[in-house]
Ligand binder design. Structure first.
Ligand code: RTP
Length: 155
């Protein structure tokens, strides 16, 4: 996965179980497409607790860890890989703050939720985490490399 920087940078984005249950998948995909990013992977998954514990390993000592794992395994999640210039940083802006109460209108969390424990979406917080998360959730052959004709304008 290394070497994905610049226009080929990739981020891992997941619609959490509340987002899937609330039919927000299309709206979220739409926002990333319209921003100009390229979809290179997408699937609906019922995540195992083991996978989620690994995904949230850095938070293992937080008091909310077990409720986070329960929430994230309460239904399927839609996991995606988006590619494009500065996608990691831009995706975080599009998501809003971890706590929806701090998220500006216009962001996913600022538009669609109110509670930190039900905050609809995940996005990688760095290029290094994106690489780890993509390899944790996707097999290499589930990611598509495809070219569009107007590469100078959309990523
Ligand atoms: P995410 O990983 O889901 O994109 O969220 P994040 O980077 O914005 O926030 P992080 O601190 O990594 O927390 C991961 C997820 O844990 C839940 N959380 N609950 N009850 C609480 O105080 C609390 N704090 C965090 C949220 O679902 C958060 O997105």
């Amino acid at each position: 996965q290394s070497g994905w920087t610049g226009v080929n940078e990739r981020s891992f984005v997941a619609v959490k179980p509340d987002g899937v249950q609330r039919r927000l998948v299309g709206e979220i995909v739409r926002r990333f497409e319209k921003r100009g990013f390229k979809l290179v992977g997408l699937k609906l998954v019922q995540a195992s607790e083991e996978l989620l514990r690994e995904h949230y390993w850095d938070l293992r000592n937080k008091p909310f860890f077990s409720s986070l794992i329960r929430y994230m395994s309460s239904g399927p999640v839609v996991v995606m890989v988006w590619q494009g210039l500065d996608v990691v940083k831009t995706a975080r802006k599009m998501l809003g703050e971890t706590n929806p109460a701090d998220s500006l209108p216009g962001t996913v969390r600022g538009d669609f939720c109110v509670e930190v424990g039900r905050n609809v979406i995940h996005g990688s917080d760095s290029v290094a985490s994106a690489q780890k998360e993509i390899s944790l959730w996707f097999r290499q052959n589930e990611l598509q490399l495809w070219e569009s004709s107007s590469r100078n304008w959309i990523y």
